[in-house]
Design a binder for this molecule. Structure first.
Ligand SMILES: Nc1ncnc2c1ncn2[C@@H]1O[C@H](COP(=O)(O)OP(=O)(O)OP(=O)(O)O)[C@@H](O)[C@H]1O
Length: 268
């Protein structure tokens, strides 16, 4: 039986005094680029931290390929690229990657493979501090790719990059997905939605839409992903006081999650 790449059930996470994610159910099948989109502060990083197993849970479960997130058996199957480039500035690109390969127990030969896959051959011997933002992002991505993980969790990998560099990174993501890697990619740039196979829209810790780029546009009638998301958010924010048909329209073909207030009212 094929395990889902990611499955959360009744997931609850508090950060500081705030319950950031409250009862999140999510299923992500493997082998695709899954966009995790939502405004700043909606809980994308928190969810990703739970998926890679570095976040304390207040309740519920997170499974990755059928194993509890963070378990030792997943160590080589999950790669994580954090929002901040985590590389040593006084080492070259190649030295950084040799260091991370050693820490992660990845084969030495992997270093040249990931340099090649991220188009860093021309910069391999340059000190990391001399790299542009786009090149530094690719080094972080290359480090996450060491050991050929089955799931790559990439937290806002394109933030701050110009459209050309963003396009280059998305081309790399697509090649990885074609080779069978599952990618969970967060962004708050809504036009990146169209580059994904599947979309999860988060808002204030809730999953408010689980859809595809095509479905997103066709069901909302919007011309752009940004407009479509705004329509979904408006519909969702109509809240429990709104009529059921109003709440579900125009996103009735999407899997729209219940808001926290709706969940507290119980099944409807
Ligand atoms: N270390 C922390 N302590 C307390 N609260 C936190 C902490 N980190 C995040 N939060 C809060 O948790 C909520 C979700 O934050 P999170 O970083 O997961 O959102 P995000 O969608 O990834 O945002 P962004 O797109 O800006 O990275 C926010 O309200 C944030 O203020």
């Amino acid at each position: 039986m094929m395990n889902n790449a990611i499955e959360t059930r009744g997931l609850r996470i508090s950060r500081g005094p705030t319950m950031v994610i409250d009862c999140l159910d999510l299923t992500v099948p493997g082998g695709a680029i899954v966009g995790l989109l939502g405004p700043s502060g909606s809980g994308k990083t928190t969810l990703m931290r739970a998926v890679v197993g570095v976040q304390v849970l207040a309740g519920g479960s997170v499974n990755v390929f059928g194993q509890s997130a963070g378990s030792a058996s997943l160590r080589h199957r999950v790669g994580y690229m954090t929002q901040q480039a985590s590389i040593y500035e006084d080492l070259s690109v190649r030295q950084n990657l040799h260091y991370f390969a050693r820490v992660q127990g990845a084969p030495r030969s992997d270093v040249e493979r990931v340099i090649d896959r991220t188009d860093l051959s021309g910069q391999a011997d340059r000190l990391a501090r001399t790299l542009s933002g786009g090149q530094a992002s690719r080094v972080s991505l290359a480090a996450a790719m060491l050991g050929s993980p089955d799931l790559l969790v990439l937290d806002e990998p394109t933030v701050g990059l110009d459209p050309v560099l963003r396009g280059d990174l998305w081309a790399i993501f697509r090649r990885l997905a074609e080779d069978g890697t599952t990618l969970l990619v967060s962004s708050h740039v809504m036009d990146e939605a169209t580059r994904c196979d599947r979309l999860l829209l988060m808002r204030e810790g809730d999953l408010i839409a689980d859809t595809t780029p095509e479905q997103l546009l066709s069901t909302t009638g919007a011309d752009t992903a940004e407009d479509a998301f705004l329509r979904i958010i408006e519909s969702h924010d109509a809240g429990p006081g709104a009529s059921r048909s109003r709440r579900r329209s125009p996103t009735h073909l999407l899997t729209v999650g219940k808001s926290r207030a709706q969940r507290k009212k119980g099944p409807q």
